[in-house]
Design a protein around this ligand. Structure first.
Ligand code: PTJ
Length: 256
């Protein structure tokens, strides 16, 4: 990584970019991953680069679904592998979910590099290398493992394009997504939509799991029952609007 000074006002954001670039050099992140990161950054700026209350609610609902699931899977792509490998492994460990590599710009070499990268960051078994089943999609995200995403009841999908999310919902799976764009196809089709940066969301989910894990099944179900995904999406849009309004007013710009 290049020497970015710690006191730079955009330090966190610049480090995140460096991690994606490093991911490309390591052969785990696609070049398109840079563009995706740029889109994410823009939405993160709009929401104020923080976890909103409703995103935290979605993260708790997501944890409740994962803890109640029979076969929960955390799907990993090239961006998340580069940005948050330790958090992916920590969430898998604390919840008992399995990690599965699933790529849009798929190559066997990249799948195996990501599996090795996750293992180097402490993961045990990582799925995705078999690719012995297909979802009904025309692109390579269709390639999944039978014991993983194919038979999962709950799938956590941090950051992707919408088709597979739609397909998983059609297969009657509970789909949890992390996507900073509250109006993306992914966000609009998932069961639980977390509008937060994957770099914050996964760490929050690890903490929430530690708090919620000892609770009863009924208490976890209660979190799910009181959850309203439309409300969460609507709140994300409102939070963006309010953040922009406050920023404008701080600078003496009239909000019309
Ligand atoms: O590794 P691969 O081949 O599976 O490809 C992965 C990418 C991400 C390149 C691929 O799935 C893709 O092109 O995704 P999109 O269509 O660009 O969608 C990415 C979505 O994630 C956009 O809505 C972004 O706003 C959002 N996003 C980007 N970075 C983050 C994010 N959301 C949360 N946290 C981020 N750090």
């Amino acid at each position: 990584m290049t020497g970015i000074p710690r006191d730079h006002p955009r330090y966190e954001s610049l480090i995140t970019r460096e991690k994606i670039i490093d991911g490309i050099h390591m052969g785990i992140t696609s070049q398109q991953g840079l563009v995706a990161q740029g889109r994410g950054e823009a939405f993160d700026y709009l929401i104020g680069e923080r976890t909103t209350e409703s995103a935290a609610f979605a993260e708790r609902a997501a944890v409740a679904h994962i803890l109640l699931a029979k076969n929960p899977i955390i799907s990993v792509n090239g961006n998340t592998a580069a940005l948050v490998p330790e958090s992916l492994v920590a969430l898998a460990d604390v919840t008992g979910a399995m990690l599965e590599v699933n790529l849009f710009h798929r190559s066997d070499a990249r799948v195996h590099k990501i599996i090795e990268h996750l293992k180097a960051n402490g993961a045990g078994k990582v799925l995705g290398g078999k690719g012995d089943k297909r979802l009904g999609l025309s692109h390579d995200r269709a390639i999944v493992d039978e014991e993983g995403i194919f038979s999962a009841d709950v799938v956590l999908v941090p950051l992707e394009d919408g088709d597979r999310c739609q397909k998983l919902v059609e297969m009657e799976k509970t789909v949890i997504t992390i996507d900073l764009n509250p109006l993306s196809r992914t966000s609009l089709t998932s069961t639980v939509t977390i509008v937060d940066n994957v770099t914050r969301a996964l760490n929050n989910m690890v903490q929430f799991t530690e708090d919620m894990k000892s609770g009863s099944k009924n208490s976890l179900q209660a979190v799910i029952d009181t959850y309203d995904n439309d409300r969460v999406i609507s709140d994300a849009l409102y939070s963006m609007q309010e953040h922009l309004k406050n920023k404008a007013e701080e600078k003496g710009i009239t909000w019309i």
